[in-house]
Design a protein around this ligand. Sequence first.
Ligand code: UT7
Length: 335
Amino acid sequence: MYRSKITGTGHYVPDNVVTNDDLSELMDTSDAWIQERTGIKERRWVAKGSDDTTSKMGTEAARMAIQNAGLKPGDIDFIIFATLSPDYYFPGPGVQVQENLGIKEIGALDVRNQCSGFVYALSVGDQFIKTGMYKNILVIGSELHSGGLDKTTRGRGVSVIFGDGAGAVVLQRSEKENTGILTSHLHAEGKHAKELALLGPNTAHWVDAIIAENDPDDLSYYPHMNGNFVFKHAVTRFQEVIHEALQSTGLKTSDIDLLIPHQANLRISQYIQQKMGLPPEKVFNNIMKYGNTTAASIPIALSEAVQENRLKEGDLLCLAAFGSGFTWASSLIRW
Ligand code: UT7
């Protein structure tokens, strides 16, 4: 059977650095609160007037991944794009990347699984490669959160956490045994859908109603998060889904060479690392620099881990994510 191997990684973040002190000029918050609760020191927010969008950042990350894989855009035969912040309500950004890269009429699929979006997308690409349908798949996670955040004290529980950026990988067919993606595990629990969600606009509350009501106190257009509730579920689900992947492959926690958790909160990553008995150097974190970039966080972290030579051939890489839906997922990869 064919195996799916990540042969190129890339990322792109906007230039504009927003520090915690910058935020305390917009709202009642502090560098001490943000660092203590989340570990975040700064994040990137697309600057006003910049032409960066979710699809454009995804395209830049993809260009880097394609180049690092030693391929040309024309070698790509399928695109999978994960995001919760597409440029448009429709069409999704997959088709925009296809156009931006000048690739002729290949398929482009959009994945809507929020923080777990990249791991879900990777598993979809893996299936297409295993069946022999495609050889070189571009898998992208990209988010532009900053344009849709409530940057007043009212929104501080959410807005200080999220950042903008994009990451991408090239997933290629390999015929080598025991290499690439070993296993993927996907879960969802829709009963908690509204604990971390952006509900407006929606098809039951469409443009004419919004204009007629013109209600400045309608907060449904801003992301809502029940932070404590999400935190408690995250620390449980991350561990469960990593153990599930290990069990299904007969591997042990000590076999993991690098864990890249979705960058939701440094405290969550540290808690998982300690509970699983992993040494800190085996867990990759960059939330300090970028905040939570949702579907982009794992591919940005993976691209940086590769740049820092944190992975060598044969290493066991574990990706794990949890977020809105709730959805959670893991993947074990023999590098
Ligand atoms: O990526 C998807 C998955 N997401 C997650 O996994 C996130 C999970 N949740 C979290 O990371 C944490 O719950 C947060 C970082 C979001 C919040 O931390 P917390 O320790 O749960 O704080 P809290 O929401 O319980 O708020 C504590 C206090 C409140 O004040 P009172 O009621 O104690 O007076 C908040 O109003 O902190 C206040 N607060 C803030 N203060 C300063 C909330 N946000 C801020 C802020 N700056 N930005």
